[in-house]
Ligand binder design. Sequence first.
Ligand SMILES: Cc1cc2nc3c(=O)[nH]c(=O)nc-3n(C[C@H](O)[C@H](O)[C@H](O)COP(=O)(O)OP(=O)(O)OC[C@H]3O[C@@H](n4cnc5c(N)ncnc54)[C@H](O)[C@@H]3O)c2cc1C
Length: 382
Amino acid sequence: MKIFESKNNCCGCSACEQICPKNAIKMTPDNEGFLYPEIDGSLCVECGACKNVCAFQNDYEKNKSQKAYAVKHKDFDTRMTSRSGGVFIAISDYIFEKNGTVYGAAFDNDFSVCHIRTTNKSERDRLKGSKYVQSDVKDTFASVKKDLKNGMYVLFSGTACQVAGLKNYLKNIDTSKLYTCDLVCHGVPSPKIWKEYLDYCEKKYNGKVTNADFRDKTLGWNAHKEAIWIDNKKYNSNEYAYLFNDNYISRPSCFNCKFTNLDRPADFTLADFWGIDRIVPDFNDNKGVSLLLVNSEKGAKIFDSCKKDIYCVDCDLQKSAKPNPNLYMPSPKPEDENLFWDNYKKLGFEKALKKCYKKVFFIRLRIRILEKLKKIKRIFKK
Ligand SMILES: Cc1cc2nc3c(=O)[nH]c(=O)nc-3n(C[C@H](O)[C@H](O)[C@H](O)COP(=O)(O)OP(=O)(O)OC[C@H]3O[C@@H](n4cnc5c(N)ncnc54)[C@H](O)[C@@H]3O)c2cc1C
């Protein structure tokens, strides 16, 4: 049994592993640190369940985005500790009011990222904040199925490929109490490279990582700097952010993503509201605004109940989606797509990081100088 022909066609959602009736599949990291299904031929009975469940190669249940909103959570601390406007917190609070469970991506003790099940607000707060690493969903699909069978309300959040995988996995189950949030996604970086980066920071600053934030909002929502705490002392940098933003360490299938459009697998789509200043002037205080797409009737119903906790403005769907490229195309491969991986495999992480960092730094510097020159030219023309 072969589940996929090329790595471009496996998003690593783990639905195949979790559906296998013989437990013959194990998600195993490749040499770049991405998980792929490995089949134990002695257990496999060629039933084809793994191939049929694959949302990346087959079809997925599509909801058409119907409405767009600009959203800010009313509680300032909630917004400051969330990546954009904190809309996820408002939606998940509603599920807790129904005694439900909330699933999403959290840091583990060693700062690796995996999906967890949460049953109260303090556990759920571990899901706050985007982690720019592919999250390992572990056995959460099976756990969602169990909760639904027990009649519970469930909210599952994750990348669109994870949500589509879950929905295909649950095809024969009553999902009337399941709510889902997918994220607009730039691409998911390698967990192995994230771990290498943390080791590099520990060596550089001579201590233990005690916290991490991929986008430090205290520097402003627009700032693209990460923060790493070593022995509780904060250090800002943009080294990992450069690798992520310029797509050097993304999963191969992300360049072939099927979900970068308005046909969404989830009831809600969450994103940063880029372009907010043009669409809702005066709403942006540089502390974060979420773009929320409501994609189903079911989603629209519970969103009404969340409105007490948020400030929200009705927006034009097409205009709001336009400034967010990953709502209409996958991130492009970097021109020198092998620069990071070739150097990493030959010379190790630090040297590969430095080569990419230098390159991105000079490209950005050049862009900034050209923009400044254009501004000066415009002033002189006036
Ligand atoms: C890898 C990645 C790439 C992204 N790329 C873009 C982009 O290009 N453009 C854009 O507008 N927005 C992007 N986002 C989404 C954005 O950063 C915010 O998550 C979104 O605006 C929701 O914000 P929030 O304030 O409501 O919640 P937040 O507190 O920021 O997010 C919490 C939610 O994100 C989920 N989450 C966090 N990390 C992961 C992960 N690694 N895998 C799966 N789920 C995760 C949690 O389960 C939780 O549901 C990306 C997010 C991730 C994780």
